[in-house]
Design a protein around this ligand. Structure first.
Ligand SMILES: C[S@@+](CC[C@H](N)C(=O)[O-])C[C@H]1O[C@@H](n2cnc3c(N)ncnc32)[C@H](O)[C@@H]1O
Length: 265
């Protein structure tokens, strides 16, 4: 049974997540880290870090004197994060923890980053109270959440395919990844943050050849798991074919839009 909301992967899916989701995240990671005004020596938390895209980028900016931590509720994601960490920068300390119960002392971080995680927290208010607790006064919060599926032909087609092949429950689960910016800005204010801002980011991402990319991507996200749980690998292959057929022909480059939300503790 699929969860109504949330982002949960199983088995080897976190490895495929790292591989197939990296191209989609790359420009957003850069924007997220830039928005946090990191500096050499900064202490940074990547909240719901997944396989560690933002943590690795933050470590590059914090440099050898910085300290970067990553937390996520999913041990499978963290295992990939640890395996991928090149140890060129300060060692990133990856710890399994839910967003609303962090293992860190108060006021230790200069910045908290959260890329595409906040929309999945079951208690967003509790999570932001926790991030406020672990951030020093004046420290930064920066997060991205996908804006609207309609803003991207790829995400719009993916919604139609998840709905048609996975059913209404899977469609609802997929939509939980979107439309979270209002909830996030309101919850930041309630948690005591100042200077809460939001800005739309749109990047055109050239995906790898779609014949290989689309089934791989579907197998690396919870909405693809819903398809295989109901109909096996053939169901995923059929959905992948339908998604490719629904995409504009002759290109692998599609726009993707996220809302960047920032705040000061
Ligand atoms: C779409 S992934 C984003 C991962 C990563 N930030 C990235 O940039 O790819 C969502 C992540 O949120 C994590 N997550 C969901 N609910 C969580 C919670 N309550 N506490 C901590 N992590 C959570 C999932 O395990 C998953 O790794």
């Amino acid at each position: 049974m699929a969860d109504a909301t949330g982002f949960h992967l199983k088995g080897s899916a976190p490895e495929r997540y790292e591989h197939y989701v990296a191209p989609l995240m790359a420009p957003f990671v850069t924007a997220l880290v830039d928005a946090a005004d990191l500096f050499p020596g900064a202490t940074v938390l990547d909240l719901a870090c997944g396989t560690g895209f933002a943590a690795r980028a933050a470590a590059a900016q914090a440099g050898p004197t910085g300290r970067v931590a990553g937390t996520d509720a999913d041990e499978g994601m963290l295992k990939v994060a640890v395996d991928r960490h090149p140890r060129l920068y300060p060692d990133i300390e990856f710890t399994a923890a839910p967003a609303d119960d962090l293992p860190h002392p108060a006021a230790v971080f200069d910045a908290v980053l959260c890329q595409q995680g906040a929309q999945f927290f079951p208690d967003l208010d509790a999570a932001l109270r926790e991030t406020a607790r672990v951030t020093r006064p004046g420290g930064r919060f920066a997060a991205t959440v996908w804006s609207r599926p309609e803003a991207s032909p790829y995400f719009a087609a993916l919604y139609e395919v998840v709905l048609a092949h996975g059913g209404p429950e899977a469609g609802t689960q997929y939509l939980s990844a979107f439309h979270a910016a209002d909830r996030l800005t309101a919850a930041l204010t309630r948690a005591g943050y100042h200077r809460v801002t939001r800005r739309e980011l749109t990047y055109t991402v050239a995906l790898p050849p779609l014949e290989e990319y689309v089934p791989g991507h579907l197998s690396a996200i919870p909405w693809g798991r819903v398809l295989t749980e109901s109909g096996g690998p053939e169901a995923l292959a059929r959905a992948a074919d339908a998604l490719r057929a629904a995409l504009p022909a002759g290109t692998t480059a599609f726009p993707f839009s996220a809302t960047l939300v920032t705040a000061v503790r």
